[in-house]
Structure formats: C-alpha cells, structure tokens
Write a protein that binds this ligand. Structure first.
Ligand code: NI
Length: 178
C-alpha cells in the first residue's frame, strides 16, 4: 500500500473526465487499496481517483462512525435520484473550505465492487451527498463549481496564495471532507 498525493484546487487535472474501468484487475485493486489508505490517512470520508491524478472511474468512501466500513464504487452510475437537499460539503482537494451545496436527497447507484461484482445501493443522507460529490470528481467537477463566482474566485485566490507561500496547509481541522 502507498499514500498517494492529492491534487489541490484549482489544479487543472481535477477537470479531466475519468474513463470507464474495462477490467477490474490487480492494478485496479491496488489503486483501490492505495486510495483507501490515502483517504483514511487524510482523513476524509471519500476520495475519487481523479483527486490522485488517476483518471479512471473509481471511488472509495467510508461514512461510518468508526471508519471500518470501506465502500468501493467502480464505474458508478446514478440510476435514480429523488428529492433535493442542502448539506455542508468539504473536499480533500479544497482544504479549509466548507460550503452548502444543493443535491438530490437520495440516489440509487449501480456500480462494481472491489472484486468487479455488480451491485446496487440506495443512498440517503451523508452517503447520498458523498457519492454524488465523488461522481462529480470523476466528471471533472469540484463542489466549489456550485458556489457563486465571487466565492469561487475568493477560494481560488486563497488556495493559490497558500501554495505560493508553501505554508503547511492544515487538513486536519475539519470534521467532514470528501
Ligand atoms: Ni472532494
């Protein structure tokens, strides 16, 4: 297992469209394991392959209280969505920023698991918000895209300045990061 580097907004590589995984082989399971380790280490509750500069449709998540229920989504597709809701979101690629985003309240997801077996999942609440957030990453979207232009510019300037100052960014001062 290995810790992977997480791309930071506004890195243009976060805009790449991830490709379908054709075969769930040992390379993919290795990626899943490295992504899980990286997510738990950050710490975060979700990570998309795009965020570690691998442009394949792979997501890892763990929204459990004790961080012992790893979920793996390969080639995830939103098959149904119901209602709408607003929740505070954060992101490992946008450290220090939390903002409300409107999304579907619940979704039905079809995907493959770590062994390449298809499954379906009805997701509610945090799980629903998180999986929608991660699928956005695979499509080159970041949650700040939903905010006003003004807020987006402010966030971009702040993160670019932090990068320039090469100051240590504290990624551990947030409760929930995706
Ligand atoms: Ni994120």
């Amino acid at each position: 297992m290995a810790l992977l580097d997480i791309l930071l907004y506004p890195d243009p590589r976060l805009r790449k469209q991830a490709k379908i995984v054709e075969v769930v082989d040992q390379k993919i399971t290795q990626l899943v394991d490295d992504m899980a380790e990286t997510m738990y280490n950050a710490p975060g509750i979700g990570l998309a392959a795009t965020q570690v500069n691998v442009h394949k449709r792979v997501i890892v998540m763990d929204v459990s209280e004790h961080k012992n229920q790893l979920m793996v989504f390969i080639n995830p597709v939103i098959e149904e969505e119901t209602g709408d809701t607003e929740a505070e979101e954060g992101c490992l690629s946008v450290p220090g920023v939390v903002a409300p985003v409107r999304r579907a309240e619940s979704v039905v997801i079809g995907a493959l698991d770590r062994e390449g077996r298809p499954f379906k999942l009805e997701a509610y609440e945090l799980l629903s918000v998180c999986v929608q957030h991660e699928i956005d990453h695979l499509d080159g979207k970041v949650f700040v895209d939903y905010l006003s232009r003004l807020k987006q510019n402010r966030i971009r300037k702040r993160l670019l300045k932090e990068e320039r100052d090469s100051s240590e960014i504290d990624r551990h001062n947030k409760v929930v990061v995706y």
